[in-house]
Design a protein around this ligand. Sequence first.
Ligand code: NCN
Ligand code: DMD
Length: 352
Amino acid sequence: MTSELPGLIPDIAAPDTALATRIQSLLDSKTKPTGSLGRLEALAVQIGQALGSEAPRLAQPQMLVCAADHGIAAQGVSPFPVDVTWQMVRNFLSGGAAISVLARQHGVALTVADCGVRQPFEDAPGLRQMRIAAGTADSTQGPAMSLAQCEQAIRNGRALVQSLPGNAVLLGEMGIGNTSAASLLLARLTGRESGAALAACVGRGSGLDDAGLQRKCETLARALAANADARTPLAALAALGGFEIATLAGALLQAASERRVIVVDGFITTAAALAACELAPNARPYCVFAHHSQERGHTLMLERLHAQALLDLGLRLGEGTGAMLAWPLLQSACAILNEMATFESAQVSNRA
Ligand SMILES: O=C(O)c1ccc[n+]([C@@H]2O[C@H](COP(=O)([O-])O)[C@@H](O)[C@H]2O)c1
Ligand SMILES: Cc1cc2nc[nH]c2cc1C
């Protein structure tokens, strides 16, 4: 916890281990060999623990996609033009993007937040205006955000979740250049700042070729050098992150403080979770990591968070698509816990 910033980081309840034990016993009483539902059982325990109930019911899940632009994109670290962020947000809102389709398929409400896309948006249903600036500054030249901007983004994310109903949030993002910001956070927060160690944090993002990847690594090394003094989690988030990443970190912290279940999408959303959990380690048990992204560095990020992702589908889209695809597993975990018969109630013999 960062004590010098009163009110920025909410109090988050530590997980109730006695409750976890009770939920596991309940699962063990169901009509199945002990442990035979594998990781679905651990998921049921985690959801019950987060929601504080032996009979957890997921209610009014909210898909939140945070979007912003990145100054570092000017260095040619993405194969796509910056305008794609703005264009894709419009696509989210008009219902044609992958996340729009999947959220609709699963009956999950979709909210898109403009946290700092270069070009502003007119008001639209489903859009929250939370822009801090027209993209971050280029982190190869100095901090991407001021500390004040970063704090504002965290507060915006907290307010956003506070305004949404339900007890589960699914988090996703959009932002050309944001795999660079996420890799920079991974590199700084895990001390992998040069050579092969840095290269292990950096991937092809939305589709760089070999030469592009090489250039991206060199660019990120310059950004780390230009922000060598940003070493605390908050300073690193400000100097190397992005408006959408900081907003997501705030959203996650607020959701954890309200004991909501949090479904974390891919590489960039996990970077937000990494920063949030460095700021408030108690947030970690509320996070379900939806999928293992193809982006290089995600494995290291998940390791740092002691997390095993639910799915491994070779996804590298972002937007929250992996979180949305994992959602039915959370629903199944709750259904198992709430609806399965026990050996006793179904009069099934339990072992010889
Ligand atoms: O979520 C992921 O794991 C993921 C991996 C690679 C790329 N993306 C998406 O691609 C965009 C960033 O890619 P780039 O190459 O512009 O840094 C951004 O909009 C992300 O949502 C997302
Ligand atoms: C087209 C496109 C869609 C995306 N969705 C999330 N990130 C994206 C990046 C691109 C380039």
